[in-house]
Design a protein around this ligand. Structure first.
Ligand code: IVH
Length: 678
């Protein structure tokens, strides 16, 4: 019996070591097959002897198990909060207080203030043994099993870590992941989260560990508990923590004066939108631990730190009415018409209300005072309602049931938040929208035309689709005119085609015939086929005919083309009227084939289908993919029996590894790959 226990411990140790060699050092010493075999062996033993299973076992790093409920445990040291300020004057007061207490100036650390929720992690002998939420500051919830699913938080430290270590930091969700998750929630009929912070906090409190593992959380460590023993400065200890494998944000700096702190704040107030996650300010701390000790704490917060919070770019104004816009895909966007309000230097009159779910969630009513924010996007959005200021008779708003443009009853597609007008062929904004997309700059770039031109041509019955543009002649359009409305301003203007403008429209249309195939493909406006996807498809299939005859499987096998895109392409290219239009465009001389590629660097990868996975030392994934093509190989998105190689970097997903091994696909390390093309 003892032997089995010892053997399990031995296997666990070995597998952890191999994981570390594989993922961190990118230098495995055993084959994936061997690794899998040992992992299976350990799994079987753990099933027989769960009592001997290591809580950080490599068999359960991700997924598995349901946590019944969270135990509440006391923090070793209370988790305090920070005093906040929004003003430069108060920041200067903070510095003055410190200088007065200490009798001399100090250096500060400046860190980003991550907008998530706080966590305290305990490591014993380098193993993660406990993760507690802040709770009420004195005791928090034990969310260790859920925290183990967070990839950036190591289960095991490496390097010269101390035998016992407690660190604190913030768990958060990247904006992209948040948006994706919300779209899925709405599709499943669940309530969307208001922001990434709430969704991160909601996720870590979930009972189903499998579900938590699917929602990508991330973390940064910003505090070491009981640090004074070993290090002299805060930034110094963060650097140490980083060397043990814990995630530490790279943007912290040391500031020699409060003026330098202020420069950091101004810089990040501007730059914060470029981050992939939300920050809500900057945290300023006295850098020297002995000086922190001298300053001490108030009942609630340390005297040696302060959080400077950014102004939110928000304004309050009245909601006058809601109108509904129909896009080229038929999607309906509710738009709030607002009492004009100044927000960061521009007057805002309209803001997006996104869709019916968000409208219901906000419970906006006509006459309400609403809060408008400028997020990362250009179009401002309504983020909340002042319910206290609600007029007595304000009734809830019912989303429209039929198209405001053509009267057709609206539909809701499965899995989508938007309502749609299904009258693709008869709804004017959809017809005009498709042609507007076709002529747009990144598509056919017919810059002698615009929305106004299209409106006139449509009003005169000259265009129903893009191919009709090429039947236009100077004689047919000369002298046409119409009144059109600018949808942004509501302003009415007359557009008319005199000699000069008529000629430039016809010239522009003629010139567009030399636009490359990839852009023609993009111009068609197939759903989910943006510029990049269009280029990918053009590079892969070379001709329109090859694309038309590609089946689902062939499409999905193209690098970065998933099922959703493949389905959309198939459905577009199987409709008779789309094929007719493409045929007419072809007859008019548009490019339906990609130009021959530039010369290859070598043919060492000729005919090879290659999957790229993970992160690489010497090149970005895109550089690696470009290299594959320059050496005659082709990139494919997912591993199948037809795949020749998988180039594996750090952090290659275990599922991919397993699939490749199972199908006997050769796995190349970064160096193997370099040798192959050398
Ligand atoms: S230091 C005693 N540093 O902001 C040390 N906190 O408003 C206290 N936060 O509870 C925390 N980024 O959840 C610190 N770089 C950072 C932070 C940070 C975000 C959060 C943390 C804290 C809250 C205080």
């Amino acid at each position: 019996m003892k032997d089995i226990q010892a053997h399990m411990a031995q296997l666990t140790r070995e597998l952890k070591e191999h994981n570390y060699r594989y993922y961190v050092l990118a230098d495995p010493t055993i084959s994936d097959r061997e690794f899998d075999a040992r992992l299976k062996e350990l799994e079987a033993l753990e099933a027989q002897h769960p009592e001997w299973k290591d809580p950080n076992s490599p068999t359960s790093v991700v997924g598995g198990g349901i946590t019944k409920s969270f135990q509440t445990l006391k923090h070793s040291v209370p988790m305090l909060s920070l005093s906040n300020t929004y003003s430069k004057d108060e920041l200067i007061d903070f510095d003055n207080r410190i200088q007065k207490t200490l009798g001399h100036p100090v250096t500060y650390s400046c860190e980003l203030k991550f907008d998530g929720f706080a966590i305290s992690l305990t490591y014993t002998d380098g193993e993660l043994i406990q993760a507690l939420t802040r709770g009420d500051g004195v005791q928090g919830d034990d969310v260790t099993t859920n925290v183990r699913t967070i990839r950036s938080i190591p289960g095991k430290l490496h390097g010269d870590f101390p035998a016992s270590l407690e660190v604190r930091g913030e768990i958060f969700m990247h904006r992209k992941a948040f948006e994706k998750m919300n779209a899925e929630r709405i599709a499943a009929g669940e309530k969307p989260f208001a922001n990434p912070r709430n969704s991160a906090a909601g996720t870590i409190k979930m009972q189903e560990q499998d579900e938590v593992a699917k929602r990508p959380l991330d973390a940064f460590i910003y505090h070491v508990v009981g640090h004074e023993r070993d290090y002299t400065t805060h930034l110094g200890s963060l650097a140490k923590v980083k060397s043990w494998g814990l995630p530490v944000n790279e943007h912290s700096v040391e500031a020699a004066s409060i003026n330098e702190v202020w420069d950091f704040i101004l810089e990040w107030d501007k730059r914060r939108k470029t981050l992939s996650f939300d920050i809500d300010g900057v945290v300023v701390k006295v850098n020297e631990y002995n000086l922190q000790g001298e300053l001490g704490f108030t009942a609630k917060a340390p005297r040696w730190a302060i959080a400077y919070k950014f102004e939110t770019e928000r304004a309050a104004t009245r909601l006058n009415s809601i109108s509904y816009q129909v896009g080229r895909t038929g999607a309906i966007t509710p738009v709030a018409n607002l009492e004009p309000v100044l927000l960061l230097g521009t007057t805002v009159k309209r803001a997006s209300l996104h869709n019916a779910d968000i409208m219901r969630q906000l419970d906006v009513r006509i006459g309400d005072e609403v809060y408008v924010e400028k997020g990362g996007e250009i179009i401002p959005k309504i983020v909340g309602v002042n319910e206290d200021a609600r007029p007595d008779l304000a009734a809830p708003v019912d989303f429209i049931h039929s198209c405001p443009e053509c009267g057709t009853p609206l539909i809701r597609k499965e899995g989508e938040a938007a309502h749609y007008c299904p009258n693709e062929l008869g709804c004017p904004p959809q017809i005009k929208g498709r042609v507007e997309h076709f002529i747009s700059r990144k598509a056919m770039d017919i810059n002698s035309m615009g929305e106004g031109t299209i409106a006139v041509l449509y009003a005169h019955g000259l265009i129903e689709n893009a191919a009709d543009l090429y039947d236009l002649t100077y004689e047919k359009i000369l002298g046409l005119s119409n009144e059109t409305e600018n949808p942004e301003t509501g302003e009415i203007r007359t557009v008319s085609f005199r000699e000069k403008s008529a000629q430039s429209i016809i010239d522009g249309i003629q010139q567009s015939k030399s636009v490359p195939f990839a852009r023609v493909l993009y111009a068609l406006g197939i759903r989910y086929v943006g510029e990049t996807v269009a280029r990918k498809l053009a590079d892969h299939f070379h001709t329109m005919d090859a694309l038309i005859s590609a089946d689902m499987e062939t499409l999905i096998n193209v690098d970065e083309i998933g099922e959703k895109i493949a389905e959309s392409v198939r459905s577009y290219l199987s409709e008779e009227r789309n094929l007719d239009m493409i045929q007419r465009l072809r007859n008019h001389g548009l490019q339906m084939e990609a130009e021959a590629k530039a010369d290859l660097l070598s043919s060492s990868l000729e005919g090879k289908k290659i999957v790229v996975s993970g992160v690489f030392q010497s090149f970005s994934r895109n550089e690696l993919k470009a290299l594959i093509e320059q050496h005659g190989g082709s990139n494919v998105g997912s591993i199948s029996a037809k795949t020749d190689y998988v180039v594996a970097g750090e952090n290659m997903g275990p599922a991919k590894l397993e699939k490749a091994t199972k199908l006997g696909v050769t796995i190349l390390s970064e160096d193997d790959f370099k040798n192959l093309i050398a």
